[in-house]
Design a protein around this ligand. Structure first.
Ligand SMILES: NC(=O)C1=CN([C@@H]2O[C@H](COP(=O)(O)OP(=O)(O)OC[C@H]3O[C@@H](n4cnc5c(N)ncnc54)[C@H](O)[C@@H]3O)[C@@H](O)[C@H]2O)C=CC1
Ligand SMILES: O=C(O)CCC(=O)C(=O)O
Length: 460
C-alpha cells in the first residue's frame, strides 16, 4: 500500500487510491519483478500530490500508460567463445516512453540482468531524461552476459551478436543506446562497427559514448561523475556547506565512481574510500586517483592491489561495509540497493551530511526515509546522475550537426544542466508541499514534462 504522510483531504485520498490501484495492476502484470515494483512504488508515491492537484492526469490515464513500456524486446544472443563452444545469452531492450523524444538510455552487461532490472532502469530513465531539459525519451537495454574474465575477442563477438539483433529496433531518431555497467567505450565501439557494417551507412547518432575518433563527445566519459559532483557542490553551497575539506566515501570504482572521485578531489574534497565487488580500500591520506584509473580502467584489475602500491592503505573484503567508514559525503556509485536501512543508520550515526546517488536506485526506500527524517542533504539518482545522459544528448546534437565541441564548452553545458536540474527539483518540491525533499521534487519535475506531453499527444 502506497501512503502519503499528508492525507489532508478527499483529493489526496482519491489520488492515493488511484495510485494504489495502478500499482496493484503493475504487480499483477509483472509478477516477481521486484526492482521494477520498487522503482514504480517509489515514483508513484511522490506523484500523489500532483494527481490531487491536477485530476487531468488521472482522467487521461497517464499513470497506467507511462508504467507500461511502449515496447519490450527480448532476444537470443548466440556467440562462440575462445574454446570454440557455443554460448547463448539473453538480450533485452525496453523502449519505455517516447513522448518527448526518441528512446534513450544505457546498456548493461551483467549476469544479474533480467526483465525486472531492465524495466526498473528504463522506467527511471523516462523521468531522468525529462529532467535534463533535452528532447529524449526513456529506454534501457542489456544482457545477462558476464564480461568478467572474457577475452577482448569474446567481448567483440558478443557485442557483434547483440547488435545484429538490436539493429532491427534502433536508429538515430528511434532509440539511441549507450553504456552502463559492463559497457564502456570499447563495447560501444564494437557495437557501432557492427551496426555500420549491417546498415552500410555512417550514422554516428545511433549510439552515444563513442570514442572521440568516430563521433564521440568530449566529456562523455567523465559526465556522470563530474555531473554528480556539480550537483553536490550546488546543493551544498545552497545550504552554506562546502565540498572543500570534506571527507568523501565512494562505492564502486567504475566509470561513474572514478570521475566523481576525480572531480571531488579537484574541488578540494578528500576521498578516503572506494570499492569494487571484491571489497573496499581505505586510504586515510586520500585515494590516489591515477592508481585507481590504471588498475580499473587500463588493467581491469581488482581493487585490493591498490595496497601493493600504497601500503599505508588498507583493504577490506566486504564491499558493503564501506558505509561504516565515517565521512561527510557518501556517494553510492556501484549498483542498485547498496544502501539499506542498516547502512543508512550507520552513516547517520557517523555524522554524514550529504548522500548523493551516482548509481541508479542505490538506496532503498527505508534508507531514503531515514535520510529525509534526519535532514541529510539527499541527491536522488535521477537528478544527481543525469549528467551522463545529458552529455549523451549533447553528443547526439554534435553528431546531427557533424561537428565536435571543445571540452570546455561541453563541460560548461553539463554544469548548467546540473544546476537547472537542482533548481527545478527544489521548486517542484516546494510547489507540491515537500520543501527540501529533492527526491519528491525530481520525480514530480520529470513527470510533469512527460505527463503533459502524453496528454497533448492523445491516447497513444
Ligand atoms: N555510465 C553512466 O554514464 C551511468 C551509470 N549510471 C549508474 O552508475 C552505476 C555504475 O555504473 P558504471 O560506473 O557505468 O559501471 P562500471 O561497470 O563502469 O562500474 C561499476 C563498478 O561498480 C562495482 N560494483 C558492482 N557491484 C558492486 C558491489 N556490489 N559492491 C561494490 N562495488 C560493486 C564494480 O566492481 C565496478 O567498479 C550503475 O548503477 C549505473 O546504472 C547512472 C548514470 C549514468
Ligand atoms: O547516456 C545514456 O544514454 C544513458 C546513461 C544511463 O544509462 C543512465 O543515465 O542511467
Amino acid at each position: 500500500m502506497i501512503t502519503t504522510q499528508k492525507v489532508k483531504d478527499d483529493a489526496v485520498q482519491h489520488a492515493s487510491d488511484y495510485v494504489n490501484t495502478v500499482f496493484q495492476k503493475i504487480e499483477e502484470r509483472n509478477p516477481g519483478e521486484i526492482e521494477f515494483h520498487q522503482a514504480a512504488k517509489h515514483i508513484f508515491s511522490a506523484l500523489i500530490p500532483v494527481f490531487a492537484k491536477n485530476p487531468k492526469y488521472i482522467k487521461n490515464g497517464v499513470l497506467e500508460r507511462i508504467s507500461e513500456p511502449e515496447r519490450f524486446i527480448t532476444f537470443r544472443v548466440p556467440w562462440v567463445d575462445d574454446n570454440g563452444n557455443v554460448q547463448v545469452n539473453r538480450g533485452f531492450r525496453v523502449q519505455f516512453n517516447s513522448s518527448i523524444g526518441p528512446y534513450k538510455g544505457g546498456t548493461r552487461f551483467h549476469p544479474t540482468v533480467n526483465a525486472s532490472i531492465i524495466k526498473f532502469l528504463g522506467f527511471e530513465q523516462i523521468f531522468k531524461n525529462a529532467l535534463t531539459g533535452q528532447p529524449i525519451g526513456g529506454g534501457k537495454g542489456g544482457a545477462d552476459f558476464n564480461p568478467k574474465g572474457k577475452s577482448n575477442n569474446e567481448i567483440m563477438r558478443f557485442c557483434q551478436s547483440y547488435m545484429t539483433e538490436l539493429a532491427n529496433y534502433i536508429g538515430p531518431n528511434v532509440d539511441i543506446p549507450a553504456g552502463d555497467i559492463g559497457v564502456g567505450a570499447r563495447e560501444i565501439g564494437f557495437m557501432f562497427g557492427q551496426y555500420k557494417r549491417m546498415r552500410g551507412t555512417y550514422e554516428p547518432g545511433v549510439l552515444t559514448g563513442k570514442d572521440v575518433r568516430f563521433g564521440g563527445s568530449l566529456v562523455r566519459p567523465e559526465a556522470t561523475g563530474y555531473g554528480l559532483i556539480y550537483f553536490v557542490d550546488d546543493m551544498m553551497q545552497d545550504h552554506g556547506l562546502h565540498l572543500k575539506g570534506s571527507k568523501v566515501v565512494v562505492s564502486g570504482a567504475g566509470n561513474v565512481a572514478i570521475y566523481a572521485m576525480e572531480k571531488a578531489m579537484e574541488l578540494g574534497a578528500k576521498v578516503i574510500a572506494c570499492s569494487d565487488s571484491t571489497g573496499y580500500i581505505y586510504d586515510e591520506k586520500g585515494i590516489h586517483i591515477e592508481t585507481i584509473k590504471r588498475l580499473k580502467l587500463d588493467e581491469d584489475g581488482v581493487i585490493s592491489t591498490y595496497i601493493d602500491i600504497h601500503p599505508h592503505a588498507s583493504f577490506h573484503q566486504n564491499g558493503e561495509e564501506i558505509w561504516t567508514v565515517p565521512c561527510d559525503i557518501a556517494l553510492p556509485c556501484a549498483t542498485q540497493n547498496e544502501i539499506d536501512a542498516d547502512a543508512a543508520r550507520v552513516l547517520i550515526k557517523n555524522g554524514i551530511k550529504v548522500v548523493a546517488e551516482g548509481a541508479n536506485m542505490p538506496s532503498n526506500q527505508e534508507a531514503i526515509d531515514l535520510f529525509n527524517e534526519s535532514h541529510i542533504l539527499f541527491g536522488p539518482a535521477k537528478a544527481a546522475n543525469a549528467g551522463g545522459v545529458a552529455v549523451s544528448a549533447l553528443e547526439m546534437a554534435q553528431n546531427s550537426m557533424k561537428l565536435s565541441w571543445p571540452f570546455e564548452k561541453v563541460d560548461a553545458k553539463l554544469h548548467e544542466i546540473m544546476l537547472n536540474i537542482y533548481r527545478n527539483s527544489v521548486s517542484a518540491a516546494e510547489e507540491y508541499g515537500h520543501p527540501g525533499n529533492l527526491d519528491v521534487g525530481a520525480n514530480i519535475a520529470g513527470f510533469l514534462k512527460v505527463g503533459d506531453a502524453m496528454i497533448r499527444e492523445g491516447v497513444v
